[in-house]
Write a protein of this length. Sequence first.
Lengths: 194, 194
Amino acid sequence: MMNFLEKRILKDGVVAKGNVLKVDSFLNHQMDVELLEDIAKEFKERFKTQKVDKILTIESSGIGIACMCAKEFGVPMLFAKKSKSINIEGDVLSVEVESFTHKTVNQVIVSKKFIRPQENILIIDDFLANGCALQGLISIVQQADAKVAGIGIVIEKGFQNGGKIIRNLGYQLESLAIIESMDDQTGEIFFHKD
Amino acid sequence: MMNFLEKRILKDGVVAKGNVLKVDSFLNHQMDVELLEDIAKEFKERFKTQKVDKILTIESSGIGIACMCAKEFGVPMLFAKKSKSINIEGDVLSVEVESFTHKTVNQVIVSKKFIRPQENILIIDDFLANGCALQGLISIVQQADAKVAGIGIVIEKGFQNGGKIIRNLGYQLESLAIIESMDDQTGEIFFHKD
């Protein structure tokens, strides 16, 4: 049985060369906010036993999903920025993160005052592939002496090793769709089944 | 009488040197999603006579607000990207935009397929200062032969000329807070009154 997200990916996702899954018609360029609400509700259900004080994501495509999650959990949302902005004050938590998509290295920063020691932080992002961005966000939470309450990912590329690394570290990682394999010749997408 | 946003700016906004207003505790780094919902409802009221088919914004800090607006209007949201991503297909609408905040020039792009001719596009953004980003978004809507249904801005810097230029072009521009002046010595913020 496919869930609502897997069905939507099959309907509107497009497989491109290089194991790229384009979901720009509903998730990371144009956004279907009703779908984002369903995603937020699903994360609320999966993390219902966790205390969550704040949602953390990284710009840009995580922001919409994280906003809907913040609304669902009734907590503030915080997004990490990818380069030093003159509008952020001096005291920052930062980490270097390599972008798979853009083949660049970014400084990822969060203003220190927005993550307090012992706070329970739920990390949300749209994609998980090699896990570099996610490990950066985990590092930022740790630098603040806060706790990772869990990690919610919309689409995990199961054929890359990010998910395995994160799960081995002991975090509750919930991916709403895990792609086992894709074929850009036939357009087929196969999901991981438990 | 101050509105809910002006009150919040006085409460949590911080005036910094160079006419910078920091609202990073509730609007453009940490986000108060209840406030974003109130903002979205206010835009819905102000544009209630307009037909709106889609919300358009620009990454990153416009995304949260635009998502809440899309939910309120019951339409999809689309965000313009600031540099060419390998995940965007060839057919794009693009324009060069200067960033006041980062002192850089960005290529701002939208995938052509997501704005159809004659569509009614409501443009949403967090800040309006010199209006470069906004004029870029208007240009993108025009390139697509679509219509600007209106422009909703959270905070306008009334002492810069962006708002005047846009209003002179005949657009319905609604700014929820217009700052007349700020004083980084005293921390005072003065709003425009009709």
